[in-house]
Design a protein around this ligand. Structure first.
Ligand code: NAD
Length: 422
């Protein structure tokens, strides 16, 4: 989300998506209105001592959308563009994402209005610790479990976990996920989203009776998600013909050698362009999205495929590794052109699935090895894909609508079973 206006429309978009599926399901107006709103919102303004001795006031949010299925879960974003409406939308999407893969969680999201690149390490730590203190009254392993998102990482999670633990006088690793492995993080968490994208793509190929082996793939974004997805798709036998970062991409018809590109990748998921000329040519992101490939994996930002370029997308399948890479208008165009789209709440759910594993391991103080994490992740992704596909087939829906139907059904059922208090 790049502007406040666009961010506001994110919540409007989320509410529209909800109402569309509520209609398909015939939900009553009361239930629909309840789901269209968030359950709890906390806005905090807090001071941070800067390195030059001055004090700056920052604004942060934590929004909990729905907790009918369990504690709420969702990332924490540090960005100058954070707005309450953006956080609300992201919290609602987390409710659906957790439900579609059947995790015992509701959805939440947090944000602090700050460009973390403008802060020193010390300032970032003090900001994180004070924000954690301000929202401590609503988070906790049984209540609300933050995780990294844009602008935050394992180091920020370590500070959050330590701050929350200091308040209680003992270690509470389950309060956040995405922590370093040495303090209760999970094996396989860093790779989880990209690995989930691989499993979703494998299932999508199976559903379309297409082989992944030999399929041509273009991946937009070469960061945590795109880099891992490119590596694993190549290892699975796909031909990765293009990858890109914020500055543009590399293309080779015969397939790129992904490993050296990963080994020379720079901070921020930037590609080393040293190989240009040696069989590789430079392309821009617009061209990458329109390459004649079997599978397109947008793994960078939201809003990349719009009504402008959707008519020119030649991929037969789009696997949404990023959140919201296809706009609603573009989605309709792709549907009319029979492009098979695996929606974000399903395709990139691997991250939250392994976050759930991390929380489970923390609660039990019993840790799994990476093969076990990956096996369980695959089990959940394959099952979720099958459930969504079955609903798509029986109700004659596209995967996106079917994923929402599965998710909403689960949340609504939990609300009905619990009843209305008092
Ligand atoms: P990242 O910061 O590690 O990588 C982002 C990549 O996108 C980088 O290569 C960057 O150079 C590139 N990029 C930035 N702007 C671009 C542009 N305008 N055009 C093309 N490329 C651009 O981020 P990430 O963790 O890999 O997340 C990528 C997407 O996946 C985001 O939408 C994120 O919300 C989503 N996602 C991430 C996770 C996770 O576990 N990290 C989980 C679910 C969804």
């Amino acid at each position: 989300m790049t502007t406040a206006a666009a961010a506001e429309s994110a919540f409007a978009t989320a509410q529209t998506q909800l109402r569309t599926v509520a209609q398909i399901l015939g939900l009553d107006a009361g239930m629909t209105s309840a789901l269209a709103q968030t359950k709890r919102e906390l806005t905090v303004h807090f001071p941070v001592r800067m390195d030059d001795g001055s004090t700056r006031i920052f604004t942060g949010y934590r929004v909990q959308h729905n907790d009918a299925r369990g504690p709420v879960k969702g990332g924490l974003r540090y960005s100058a563009q954070v707005t309450p409406d953006e956080v609300r939308a992201l919290a609602m999407w987390m409710t659906w994402k957790c439900a579609v893969v059947n995790l015992p969680y509701g959805g939440a999201k947090g944000g602090v209005v700050v460009d973390p690149r403008t802060l020193s390490r010390g300032e970032l730590e003090r900001l994180t610790r004070r924000y954690t203190t301000e929202i401590a009254c609503i988070i906790g392993p049984e209540r609300d479990i933050p995780a990294p998102d844009l602008g935050t990482d394992a180091r920020v999670m370590a500070w959050m976990m330590d701050t929350f633990s200091m308040h209680h006088g003992f270690s509470i690793p389950g309060v956040v996920t995405g922590k370093p492995v040495d303090i209760g993080g999970s094996q396989g968490r860093v790779e989880a989203t990209g690995r989930g994208v691989l499993y979703a793509t494998q299932e999508a190929c199976r559903a379309r009776a297409r082989a992944l082996e030999g399929a041509t793939v273009a991946v937009q974004g070469f960061g945590n998600v795109g880099g891992v997805a490119a590596r694993l798709l190549a290892q699975a036998g796909a031909t990765v013909v293009a990858v890109s970062d914020s500055r543009g991409g590399l293309h080779c018809d015969a397939g790129l050698d992904v490993e050296p590109l990963l080994a020379t990748r720079q901070a921020g998921g930037l590609l080393d362009r040293g190989k240009v000329g040696a069989g590789y040519r430079e392309i821009d992101n617009a061209e990458l999205l329109e390459l004649d490939v079997d599978i397109l994996v947008p793994a960078a930002l939201e809003g990349q495929i719009t009504e402008r370029n959707a008519p020119r997308v030649r991929a037969r399948m789009v696997v949404e590794a990023a959140n919201g890479p296809v706009t609603a208008a573009a989605d309709a165009i792709l549907a009319a052109r029979d492009v098979y789209v695996v929606p974000d709440i399903l395709a990139n759910a691997g991250g939250v699935v392994v976050s759930y594993f991390e929380w489970v391991q923390d609660m039990q103080s019993f840790f799994w090895d990476e093969p076990e994490v990956n096996r369980r992740l695959q089990q959940i992704m394959v099952r979720a894909f099958a459930e969504v596909s079955a609903v798509a087939a029986t109700r004659r829906l596209r995967l996106r609508e079917a994923a929402y139907v599965v998710a909403l059904n689960r949340v609504v059922e939990a609300i009905r079973l619990r009843g209305l208090y008092p």
